[in-house]
Ligand binder design. Structure first.
Ligand code: 5GP
Ligand code: ZN
Length: 112
């Protein structure tokens, strides 16, 4: 899971391309989606390059648990106190465009 230098989200993790970052710790980074589909549209990504939810195994359990625990915290900190929607697109049939696992956090009045 070393960085994939063709991966746009790895480049964001490495600081090689800019993003409107809202959170960072040792394991995760969160930033605003470049093409927001709701008033609040964040992407929460693990720093290691994991291609998709089809590429996880039991070694990722702790990381994935942490991702879900972070989601409501980030939603609340970024104005989605009244609820939010989470989404993980997986694989071609799942509409995944960027092959670095990410959780969409959508909030604001039109998120539903
Ligand atoms: P997917 O369809 O893979 O679940 O969603 C990928 C998301 O990444 C899309 O909502 C798209 O707008 C967003 N995205 C793609 N490239 C960039 C980028 O360079 N910066 C940011 N902030 N978001 C991006
Ligand atoms: Zn990546």
């Amino acid at each position: 899971m070393s960085p994939d230098m063709n991966c746009i989200f790895c480049k964001i993790v490495q600081g090689q391309i800019p993003a409107k970052k809202v959170f960072e710790d040792d394991d995760f980074i969160a930033f605003h989606d470049i093409n927001p589909r709701a008033p609040i549209h964040l992407l929460l990504i693990p720093k290691p390059h994991i291609e998709s939810l089809q590429h996880v195994d039991t070694s990722h359990q702790e990381l994935l648990g942490k991702m879900l625990v972070l989601a409501p915290q980030l939603a609340a900190e970024n104005g989605a106190q009244e609820g939010f929607k989470t989404l993980i697109n997986t694989g071609p049939a799942g509409g995944q465009e960027v092959y670095h696992l990410h959780l969409h956090i959508l909030g604001g009045r039109s998120a539903a």
